[in-house]
Design a protein around this ligand. Structure first.
Ligand SMILES: Cc1ncc(COP(=O)(O)O)c(C=O)c1O
Length: 403
C-alpha cells in the first residue's frame, strides 16, 4: 500500500477549523435571495451604510499615486500607524507609539496574530461565552486551549470576577476581553472593567482586548478600555475601521501591544501577507484621522432599531432578550420555544429552529451554537428599519403557531 494513503489529506490542525457559521448563514440567505426568495437576513455583522464619501475619495486619490502601487512596510504605512496611535490615545486614553501598532488585514487577522504570538501549546485562554465565533478557531490554531466562562441572560451576559477566578488555572495565560460584545451586545461598566483588570493584573495574566465596537454604545452605556487597568507590557488591543466607519469590505484592522509582541507579530505578517493593500490603508488613514460624525449618525439609527428589535422580540412568547447596550446585535434566548411543534416539526435545538425559520419564514438568524451557547439566536440590527420590523414580525408570526 502506498504509505502516503494512510496520512490524512487535510492536516489535523486545519481539519479542526470549522466554517464561519455567521458567514455561512449570510451566504445561504444571499443565495436564497438571488434565487428570488424574499429573504430577510439578520446574519451579517456589518453596517448597512456605505463608507462615507470622504473616505472613498481619499482611496481614489491614493489609487492614482504610483507610490501606492508598490510594496510598503509589512507592518503598515508609517502615517497610518501614527494616526492609529493618536486615535488610541483619544478613544482609549492609552498612550502608545507608532512602533506599537501593526496594521492588519481586518480585525480578524489581528485576532489570529495576537494568539499566534502569545500562545504556546497548552496555554489557556479565558473566554466569556457567548463569544464571537472566530476566537476559538484562532486560539486552537495557535495551539491554545480555550476555557469558557459561560454567562446567560440573567446577568445580561456579563461575567463576574468570581466566575473568571473559578476558571483560572496554573496554565491560564490570557484573558480575552470583549466589551461591547459580539454576539450579545453586553457592555461592562467602568467599575466592572476596573475590577476585572485588577484581577487579571493580580494574577499576571495577559489581556487581549477586542475594542472594535468601542463607538457603538447606547442609552447611557459607556465604553471603557481595560487597557487602563492592566500593565502596558501585558495588554494587546485589537481594533479596526470595519464597524466604526462602515468599512467591512476594505479589510483594515490593527493590533497594538508592547514592542516585543508587535515586532514578533509583524515578523509573522511579513511572511504571511506583507502589507495590507495600500489603497485600503489610505482610506483607513482618512477615516482614523477624521472625526466621528459618521459613526454618530449610524449610532442614532442603530439605537432606534435596537429598541424596536428588543421590544418586538420580547413580545414573542418563549423568547427573552435582555437589552443589548452596544455593538449591533440582539441575543435572545429561544429556549422557551424549543421542543414545541411548529408546522409539523419539533425543533429541539436553536440550530434546528433557525433552519425552520429560514425555510418557513424566509428569515436568517445565527443560532447560538455558533457562539458556544445553544438555545439562543443572534440577530444583527444593522439593517433597514422596514426590513427589521418585517423580519422580526415574520419570526413572531411563525413562532405564534408553536404548540
Ligand atoms: C468582535 C469582533 N472583532 C473583530 C471583528 C473583525 O472585523 P474585521 O475583520 O472585519 O475588521 C469582528 C467582525 O465581525 C468582530 O465582531
Amino acid at each position: 500500500m502506498d504509505p502516503m494513503s494512510t496520512r490524512p489529506r487535510i492536516s489535523t490542525r486545519i481539519s479542526a477549523i470549522s466554517e464561519s457559521a455567521t458567514l455561512a448563514v449570510d451566504a445561504k440567505a444571499k443565495a436564497m435571495k438571488a434565487a428570488g426568495r424574499p429573504v430577510i437576513g439578520f446574519g451579517a455583522g456589518e453596517p448597512d451604510f456605505p463608507t462615507p464619501g470622504y473616505i472613498v475619495e481619499a482611496a481614489v486619490e491614493g489609487a492614482r499615486d504610483p507610490k501606492n502601487h508598490k510594496y510598503t512596510p509589512a507592518g503598515g504605512l508609517p502615517e497610518l500607524k501614527q494616526a492609529i496611535a493618536d486615535k488610541t490615545r483619544r478613544d482609549s486614553g492609552f498612550a502608545v507609539e507608532a512602533s506599537q501598532v501593526l496594521v492588519t488585514n481586518g480585525g480578524k487577522q489581528a485576532v489570529y496574530e495576537a494568539f499566534a504570538t502569545l500562545l504556546d501549546p497548552g496555554d489557556e485562554v479565558l473566554a466569556v461565552a457567548p463569544y464571537w465565533t472566530t476566537y476559538p478557531e484562532a486560539i486552537k490554531l495557535a495551539g491554545g486551549v480555550q476555557v469558557d466562562v459561560v454567562t446567560d441572560e440573567s446577568t445580561g451576559y456579563l461575567a463576574s470576577v468570581e466566575q473568571l477566578e473559578a476558571a483560572r488555572t496554573e496554565r491560564t495565560k490570557v484573558l480575552l476581553f470583549v466589551s461591547p460584545s459580539n454576539p450579545t451586545g453586553a457592555v461592562y461598566s467602568r467599575e466592572q472593567v476596573e475590577a476585572i483588570g485588577r484581577w487579571a493584573t493580580e494574577h499576571g495574566l495577559w489581556v487581549v482586548t477586542d475594542e472594535i465596537y468601542e463607538h457603538l454604545v447606547y442609552g447611557g452605556a459607556e465604553f471603557t478600555s481595560i487597557a487602563h487597568y492592566v500593565p502596558a507590557d501585558h495588554v494587546v488591543i485589537l481594533n479596526g475601521v470595519a464597524k466604526t466607519y462602515a468599512m467591512t469590505g476594505w479589510r483594515v484592522g490593527w493590533l497594538i501591544g508592547p514592542k516585543d509582541v508587535v515586532k514578533a507579530a509583524t515578523n509573522l505578517q511579513s511572511h504571511a501577507t506583507s502589507n495590507v493593500s495600500n489603497v485600503a490603508q489610505v482610506a483607513a488613514l482618512a477615516a482614523v484621522k477624521g472625526d466621528l460624525t459618521a459613526v454618530a449618525e449610524m449610532r442614532e439609527a442603530f439605537d432606534r432599531r435596537r429598541q424596536t428589535m428588543v421590544r418586538m422580540l420580547n413580545e414573542i412568547p418563549g423568547v427573552f432578550c435582555p437589552e443589548p447596550k452596544g455593538a449591533f446585535y440582539a441575543y435572545p434566548s429561544v429556549k422557551g420555544v424549543l421542543g414545541k411543534e411548529i408546522r409539523g416539526r419539533r425543533p429541539q435545538t436553536s440550530a434546528e429552529l433557525a433552519e425552520l425559520i429560514l425555510e418557513e419564514a424566509e428569515v436568517a438568524v445565527v443560532p447560538g451554537e455558533a457562539f458556544g451557547t445553544p438555545g439562543y439566536f443572534r440577530l444583527s440590527y444593522a439593517l433597514g428599519d422596514q426590513d427589521l420590523a418585517e423580519g422580526v414580525g415574520r419570526i413572531a408570526k411563525l413562532l405564534s403557531e408553536a404548540v
